[in-house]
Design a protein around this ligand. Structure first.
Ligand SMILES: [Fe+2]
Length: 366
């Protein structure tokens, strides 16, 4: 390990381990070679720290990032069933824009695709243009610590009932709506305009579906998942669901905290707009929102429990300020990521490993 330098953050936080070049050896060629030689050591460090950040290397374009990720994980996935609009980066086979949702919209902490039966085991991000303003961090949070910090009664309710995910999509992306959660159409979500393909995908993932609307063109998808998983290698219990993402109360909380950091009139205005939309969205039945999360039995999670989960996440949130060329490898079965609002330029790209079946299905626990 004398070829590189390893450290942790100045505040002592061990998430992530930070690897920087030594003796000027900062080329992508060098990093590729180092990762190839030390793949098992790297895996061990990702498990130990939750994530490993490479900083100070000459990673300049999506292809550079793909080269180093492939040295660690030769099999990347291109299948994405999440809610963020993403596009494949030119010159790569499996590097995407991290999220093309509006820059002022906060993305709540989440384990990537935790609502699917088989999310990726690892996720990789790279910053090609760091944010020029306050915010824009890809915040990290150890969801094993969140599980530990939650009130046992709150945990028990989720452990016994699981989580129900309800998603409603029109055919195309929709921006003019009073529903703040209704944005991505089903064609973009599934990458297909073929209804039979969509239905097959739903059946494959145990998702109940129902078509409706004047042209029978709107789809409602409902499925249930366990709310907690045990890490497949360490067996540590992990808060493993999207409750805090598909929840407008939580989105407002993220925006409120960002306003306190940014102290910008623009974001105060965005916060007021978000509150107004959240209030309007309150007139829509939970089952008809673009997305919503409920207990597995279909009952609403009380606001005080949502607030408690938000507090536990905030307590463990790690704000890593991006630097150009930063590349981070994250254990997606333990560490969540989110995106803080920002203004100005910022370019972050993402790749992820193949789907990995979650140890616990809804039927195993609820
Ligand atoms: Fe994500």
């Amino acid at each position: 390990m004398d070829e590189i330098t390893q450290s942790v953050r100045e505040d002592g936080e061990t998430l992530p381990l930070i690897i920087t070049p030594k003796n000027g050896r900062n080329s992508v060629d060098f990093l590729e070679g180092w990762i190839s030689k030390n793949a098992s050591y790297l895996k061990e460090k990702i498990r130990e720290h939750g994530a490993v950040l490479f900083r100070g290397f000459e990673i300049d374009k999506p292809h550079d990032f793909e080269r180093i990720v492939l040295r660690y994980q030769p099999e990347l996935s291109t299948e994405y069933r999440g809610t963020s609009p993403r596009s494949l980066q030119p010159g790569t086979n499996a590097v995407f824009s991290a999220s093309e949702l509006p820059y002022f919209y906060p993305l709540g902490q989440h384990i990537e695709m935790s609502f699917l039966p088989a999310p990726p085991k690892e996720i990789f991000f790279c910053c090609l243009i760091p944010p020029s303003s306050v915010g824009g961090e890809t915040t990290l949070c150890d969801f094993a610590k969140v599980y530990r910090d939650l009130d046992p009664d709150v945990r028990r309710r989720f452990e016994e009932k699981g989580v129900m995910y309800v998603r409603n999509h029109t055919r195309l992306d929709r921006l003019l709506t009073i529903d703040p959660t209704m944005m991505k159409g089903w064609e973009a979500t599934f990458g297909s305009s073929d209804k039979a393909f969509v239905e097959n995908e739903c059946r494959k993932h145990n998702v109940d579906f129902h078509w409706s609307g004047p042209k029978n063109d709107n789809i409602k998808m409902i499925h249930r998942e366990a709310a907690i998983q045990h890490h497949p290698e360490t067996n540590v219990p992990v808060w493993f669901n999207h409750i805090q993402v598909f929840n407008m109360q939580m989105v407002s909380s993220y925006m409120r905290h960002h306003c306190a950091r940014a102290k910008s009139l623009f974001f105060y205005f965005a916060y007021v707009c978000l509150l107004l939309l959240t209030w309007l969205g309150g007139f829509i039945k939970p089952h008809d929102l673009g997305f919503t999360t409920l207990y597995g039995d279909g009952t609403v999670v009380p606001k005080e429990d949502v607030k408690h989960i938000d507090d536990a996440i905030r307590k463990n949130l790690v704000f890593n300020r991006w630097q150009k060329g930063d590349a981070i490898m994250i254990d997606n079965f333990r560490i969540s990521h989110g995106r803080q609002p920002f203004r100005g330029k910022r370019k972050v790209v993402v790749s992820w490993s193949k789907p990995f079946l979650k140890p616990k299905a809804f039927s195993d626990c609820c």
